[in-house]
Design a protein around this ligand. Structure first.
Ligand code: CDP
Length: 207
């Protein structure tokens, strides 16, 4: 599927994915992709356009036609949505929109295209990276943490909102959140960032 080496990092909200994936990419000098930001960007644009998250065809059209950039900031169709995508309205709608198989197909295609264009390797974080997007990833990591710790880390989002997203993400029909059989599962509840990165680097060195 791709010849660019990929480290896939999946897990629920607040498990440490974004921070760890970003720092790992810096350490390896590899490119980094936050796929959650892509689903959030589609959600932000759909909400701006007054489209209901349940309107699957209209949302699919937004996703299919969107130009999304995640570096240096998050934009969709040249609109900077970096701040907007963290708003409660987006937290509330994103999991419904991400459960739409047409939206997923459009995002997965972009993620694969992006990856093969990277010069060295990529660290990609999300919910379905090891299971669906890059099943041949060099290394698959699934990060977890207790619900209490995850909501403590995500001070900007209520525990109820995180729990609701987790439920929708884990129980959807298409590409649900789950650890791939080949993933290294790391519980980050009582671990600091540096030690988790060390653990991942050790696993990579063994590949
Ligand atoms: O940062 P946090 O873990 O809270 O969420 P995110 O990575 O920004 O993802 C936001 C939402 O996008 C998730 O709750 C999922 O509904 C969806 N998502 C997905 O379905 N597949 C991905 N690969 C990444 C995110």
């Amino acid at each position: 599927m791709t010849t660019t080496p990929v480290v896939a990092i999946d897990g629920p909200a607040g498990s440490g994915k974004s921070t760890i994936a970003k720092l790992l990419a810096e350490r390896l000098n590899w490119s980094f992709l936050d796929t959650g930001a892509m689903y959030r960007a589609v959600t932000a644009l759909a909400l701006r356009q007054g489209i209901e998250p349940q309107d699957t065809l209209a949302i699919a059209a937004v996703a299919a036609n969107a130009r999304i950039e995640t570096i240096p900031f998050i934009s969709i169709n040249d609109l900077d949505v970096t701040i907007e995508i963290r708003q409660p309205a987006v937290n509330h709608a994103v999991s419904i929109i991400a459960a739409n198989p047409m939206v997923r197909a459009a995002m997965v295609e972009r993620q694969r295209e992006w990856s093969v264009r990277q010069p060295v390797g990529t660290v990609v974080e999300g919910r379905d990276i090891g299971t669906v997007v890059f099943p041949d990833a060099l290394l698959k990591v699934f990060l977890t943490a207790s619900v209490e710790e995850r909501s403590r880390r995500r001070g900007d989002e209520t525990a109820a909102s995180i729990q609701r997203r987790d439920d929708i993400d884990s129980n959807r029909d298409h590409s649900p959140l789950r650890a791939d059989a080949g993933a290294v599962v790391i519980d980050t509840t009582d671990k600091d960032i540096a030690s988790v990165i060390e653990e991942i680097v050790q696993c990579l060195n063994l590949r």
